[in-house]
Design a binder for this molecule. Sequence first.
Ligand SMILES: [Zn+2]
Length: 144
Amino acid sequence: MDEPDWKKLQRRDDAGMKCPKCGSTNYREARQCPKYNDVPVCINCCKNCEYYSADPVARTCRFYIVNPQKDYQRELEKIENKINTKEQKVDYFYRDNKPMIAQRIEGELTWLYEERRKLKEKLIQQKGDKKNGVYVTRKRNVKV
Ligand SMILES: [Zn+2]
């Protein structure tokens, strides 16, 4: 996949002075834009965006309302529970002298460990994305 435009722009103009959308450097206000990985866009581009809301009570950017972030923490908890259950079963079947069944479950566990690893990576990524953003919708104690 080609490098997205905002990334090239971010590298070329690391001071963040240039709007990644229109290229303007002549603006008085900028807003972090989730569409450009939280690089600030000029206020004109922000206002022209389909996610912009002029409602003074609502949040200005509707991006994360339209594109809710996946709850990876919740998914991770579910997978942890499955892993615990299966590990107990493996123990049980080995002790019960049924290694064939135990090994089959171990095969499922291998897949689950891989899923858990991927989820943890996504969580770390998501945490990083949110750290510099202003669009954090809720707080969670994310343990990775
Ligand atoms: Zn702009």
